[in-house]
Design a protein around this ligand. Sequence first.
Ligand SMILES: CC(C)(COP(=O)(O)OP(=O)(O)OC[C@H]1O[C@@H](n2cnc3c(N)ncnc32)[C@H](O)[C@@H]1OP(=O)(O)O)[C@@H](O)C(=O)NCCC(=O)NCCS
Length: 165
Amino acid sequence: MSKKVEIVKEAVLRVALPEDVVSISKLWQKFMKYNAQFDDSFTVKPKIVGPFARELQQRLDDPNYRLAVIELDGDLVGYCLSYISKKPYFFKLGKFGFIGDLYVAEKSRRLGFGRMMVKDALDFFKRKKVKQIELLVANDNISTIKFWEKLGFKTLLQWMYRRQD
Ligand SMILES: CC(C)(COP(=O)(O)OP(=O)(O)OC[C@H]1O[C@@H](n2cnc3c(N)ncnc32)[C@H](O)[C@@H]1OP(=O)(O)O)[C@@H](O)C(=O)NCCC(=O)NCCS
């Protein structure tokens, strides 16, 4: 007689702790590698994970920052880094929210974790009375653009560049 074993995985969204910073930085490295497939402008320096982790650590206690993670059976499988920023003085808008990084590990995608983390960021901005939320996405990252559109975001501008010697 064969026994059917059901594996139930438990996912939790929570604020990042100091001990998460190294795991988050490793996810960040994957995030940047993912971005670099669209354009080499996103290629990061070698041996940069350590300095990035130290910078992240300093942001943990900053009230203008929100760093949330998804923990799945003890492993971090996603993170979202958001913060409050300010427009140049001449704009009426004043402060705005910025979603800087959002990443879900490949094997954990399409399970609702991205949506959960964006909701958490929007709730954070709401508590801080921030009314406009912005982000940047690579032009060729079509599937992620679909994700953002599904969550109610629209294109504000096109970020262009050229290179020269
Ligand atoms: C973008 C990303 C964070 C989405 O995370 P996710 O956990 O897979 O997304 P969710 O499961 O919460 O999806 C939410 C909705 O977005 C849509 N969506 C998600 N991925 C999609 C895709 N590849 N193509 C089309 N629609 C997609 C789905 O329709 C989903 O709606 P549903 O629940 O009705 O199916 C994830 O794919 C990722 O980390 N990508 C690589 C890094 C990246 O591009 N980050 C964003 C930088 S701006």
